[in-house]
Write a protein that binds this ligand. Structure first.
Ligand SMILES: Nc1ncnc2c1ncn2[C@@H]1O[C@H](COP(=O)(O)OP(=O)(O)OP(=O)(O)O)[C@@H](O)[C@H]1O
Ligand SMILES: [Mg+2]
Length: 259
């Protein structure tokens, strides 16, 4: 099962990625959670202590590792480097085990201009493709809003892309942009998760603006989840109602994928 999570900044992508990862790990599935956000903080959301999380270096910034795998220094454009670097041992070697979830802090492919074609981008792109196409584990990708750098092969093999929205029309606008991008890239299924819901009327306004989408589920606003970020504990264990809502979403994902 390969799940990517996208959406506007701050809507709750990392919170959902962490909670789904933990849910599947607790059900004894093997899970690789991939932090593909430039501002990586999935480790904390999975419950790693702040001091340890702070020290993690994303793969895309590991200069020696990039050189070892591609044969070229990171940031070198136009020079010769391997287009087919070895990536299949990366989850085992560079992943961090947090409470049954293997976390891979990858970082983000640099977009635009010459940044598109440099050793670290090629390596990361290949890693994402390997994770989505070749692996048997459950893969959960915590992304930023843009998915264009993933490439067609990866997108076509993803089971679902979840776009998280919060009460606010701007996050819906982002969802439309992501949806358009997804169809251009061949993503099979795009779903919405509504997060931070405080009232039924709020939810109704959002639903009226989401007619073109399939809504996978909703997550309530939770003071405990908010507090978990402030006090650095995992949001997934903080609030029973929130936890149940995550389970409902996971059940709908399972149903959809199994058909
Ligand atoms: N249901 C919720 N109730 C209350 N607070 C929430 C909820 N979901 C997320 N938050 C809070 O909102 C903030 C943003 O959440 P999160 O980091 O998961 O979003 P994100 O989309 O990954 O952000 P970014 O774009 O910066 O990566 C955090 O402080 C988080 O604790
Ligand atoms: Mg995030």
């Amino acid at each position: 099962m390969k799940i990517a999570i996208s959406g506007k900044g701050g809507v709750g992508k990392t919170t959902l990625a962490a909670c789904l990862s933990k849910y599947y790990a607790q059900k004894s599935f093997k899970v690789i959670a991939v932090d593909a956000d430039p501002d990586a903080n999935l480790a904390s959301a999975l419950g790693l202590e702040y001091e340890k999380a702070k020290k993690i270096i994303p793969l895309i910034e590991m200069k020696e590792f990039i050189e070892e795998r591609t044969g070229a220094k990171s940031g070198q454009y136009g020079s010769y480097f391997k287009l087919n670097p070895k990536v299949d041992d990366i989850p085992q070697k560079y992943g961090i085990e947090i409470d049954g979830v293997r976390l891979l802090v990858a970082g983000t492919i640099k977009a635009g201009g010459s940044g598109c074609y440099c050793p670290e981008n090629v390596l990361l792109k290949r890693l994402f493709k390997h994770l989505v196409v070749d692996r048997d584990e459950i893969i959960i990708l915590d992304m930023e809003a843009g998915i264009e750098h993933l490439g067609r092969g990866t997108c076509e093999n993803m089971d679902i892309l979840i776009v998280v929205i919060e009460p606010g029309l701007r996050s819906i606008q982002t969802a439309y942009t992501v949806k358009k991008m997804s169809s251009d890239l061949g993503v099979k299924s795009v779903f919405i998760v509504i997060n931070k819901i405080k009232s039924e009327s709020e939810k109704q306004i959002l639903l009226e603006n989401l007619e073109e989408f399939e809504v996978l589920g909703e997550l309530p606003y939770s003071d405990k989840v908010r507090e978990s970020d402030l006090k650095n504990y995992s949001p997934c264990v903080s609030d029973i109602k929130f936890k149940e809502a995550v389970e409902n979403i996971a059940n709908r994902i399972n149903k959809f994928i199994r058909g």
